[in-house]
Design a binder for this molecule. Structure first.
Ligand code: PLP
Length: 454
């Protein structure tokens, strides 16, 4: 690793040239909106290679990476075990369009770790996973309406884009053009964490509701810890409350663990707020969705849950769902090689780095007098540029995004690559060691001072 640069990125490099070329042929120059740096300004570095916790751009600059491809790179980049597994799989053929053993092993791995999952199907992205889970829930219940929460992002599924997090939040969009009124009318959006709103909706329309879908811990409006029980329901967390409310009305609960799954803890956020192991009477979602970590950096998603519900999928059942590349041998090899290294020690290491980094950021922002709050969901965390806790999407939107942009650019100039949005989690990996944390620590004071100069 060379020493990270401490001077601002100079204009006129290869990244600028590539970005100009890209904008001529790709809308906004990117294949996923947040990559365009639209809310923080400037030119995104084009990445040439990555190793461990470090990204290297086409101009030869290095960055400590806190994006991790938005979650999948939990072992860091170019992890030798994962790369070897993909190389070996590639030598045996890239895609068969027929069953292969890796699919079975990856399904077994997911089921072995995630208690509510009795059967699982692999797809190619988190978006496909939530889209398929929604169709399945509607078929299982014979109902149309789906309930989601403001600030939660479930991929770019038409029915789930209203008041979504991630890029939709970053660019302050209410939803997306091109979603028909007919589709939108079957989606009800409620404020996150608002039990009274959930109760009122179910009292009025319970018989129409197919499913509630929620991020098991919201992480696409920044990280919001699901609220614990109210006094009358002490001990009943928000997700358990949603499960009980849905089930009382004959609806399903879908928990979206695309981001938190196998990252917030070994068993995702369910491992944190689900019932204790061995408690057969505890709450469980009916369906869960996964992505990111399970593909180790290659395109994979999955949805799974109750065996009786999953049995409705074609060809045995009436719910059609398919994919030319689903269960692709390279993707399953990458996922399996990732899981092979994700033992308790790996999660403990990520947790230690996460706690240490949270403290470093909080200290630097406090020293510069910048209002901030750090919120967590297991090993995941994010930093909001406001001083009140963030419980809802409205709270998240009330942060100082201009201060974040100044902070972001100072960090980038000093060789630290943060998510280019105030609404995203910061992603760590097992490759973030004391050395990488030191490099981040040395960049933080100047970035905090930049944030303070509003
Ligand atoms: N659900 C959640 C919670 C996500 O965070 C994401 C992506 O960030 C998705 C679904 C969509 O996944 P993908 O981008 O793989 O389609």
């Amino acid at each position: 690793m060379t020493t990270p640069p401490t001077t601002p990125r100079a204009p006129g490099g290869l990244s600028e040239e590539l970005f100009a070329r890209a904008r001529r042929v790709i809308p906004s120059g990117v294949n996923s909106p947040v990559r365009a740096f639209g809310s923080v300004g400037g030119t995104p570095p084009f990445i040439a290679s990555a190793e461990g916790a470090v990204l290297r751009d086409v101009d030869g600059r290095e960055y400590v990476d806190l994006v991790g491809s938005w979650g999948p790179m939990i072992l860091g980049h170019a992890n030798p075990g994962v790369v070897a597994a993909v190389r070996e799989a590639a030598g045996r053929g890239l895609s068969f369009g027929a069953p292969q053993a890796g699919e079975v092993s990856l399904a077994e791995e997911i089921i072995g770790r995630m208690r509510p999952v009795e059967a699982v199907r692999l797809v190619n992205s988190g978006t496909e996973a939530t889209m398929s889970a929604l169709r399945l829930a509607r078929a299982a219940t014979g109902r149309d309406v789906v309930v989601k929460f403001a600030g939660c992002y479930h991929g770019h599924v038409d029915a789930l884009l209203a008041e979504a997090g991630s890029g939709v939040a970053t660019f302050a969009m209410p939803g997306s053009a091109g979603v028909t009124e007919a589709t939108a009318k079957d989606t009800v959006v409620l404020p996150y964490g608002d039990r009274d709103a959930v109760r009122a909706l179910f009292a009025e329309r319970g018989g129409e509701i197919a499913a509630i879908i929620t991020e098991s811990a919201p992480a696409n409006m920044g990280v919001v810890t699901p609220p614990a029980g109210e006094s009358a329901e002490a001990g009943v967390g928000f997700n358990a409350f949603l499960a009980a409310t849905a089930h009382d009305a004959g609806a399903l609960l879908i928990t979206d663990e695309v981001l938190t799954g196998f990252r917030a803890s070994r068993e995702g956020y369910y491992g944190i707020d689900g019932p204790a192991a061995g408690d057969a009477d505890g709450w469980a979602p009916d369906l869960m969705t996964f992505g990111k970590v399970i593909g180790g950096g290659l395109p994979v998603g999955a949805f799974g849950g109750r065996a009786d519900v999953m049995a409705l999928l074609a060809p045995a059942g009436p719910v059609y769902q398919a994919g030319t590349l689903s269960g692709n041998p390279l993707a399953t090899a990458a996922g399996l090689a990732t899981f092979a290294q994700l033992d308790d020690g790996a999660y403990a290491a990520i947790d230690r780095s996460s706690v240490a980094l949270q403290q470093l950021v909080a200290d630097a922002l406090a020293a510069a007098g910048v209002p901030h709050v750090v919120q967590t969901a297991g090993t995941l965390f994010s930093v909001f540029f406001r001083d009140e806790p963030v419980l809802t999407y409205e709270d998240a939107k009330a942060q100082d995004t201009a201060a974040f942009a100044r902070f972001f650019h100072s960090m980038l100039d000093q060789g630290v690559y943060l998510p280019p949005s105030a609404y995203e989690a910061w992603f760590l990996s097992t490759a973030h060691d004391a050395g990488t944390l030191d490099r981040i620590a040395s960049a933080l004071p100047a970035a905090a001072r930049a944030a303070a100069q509003g």
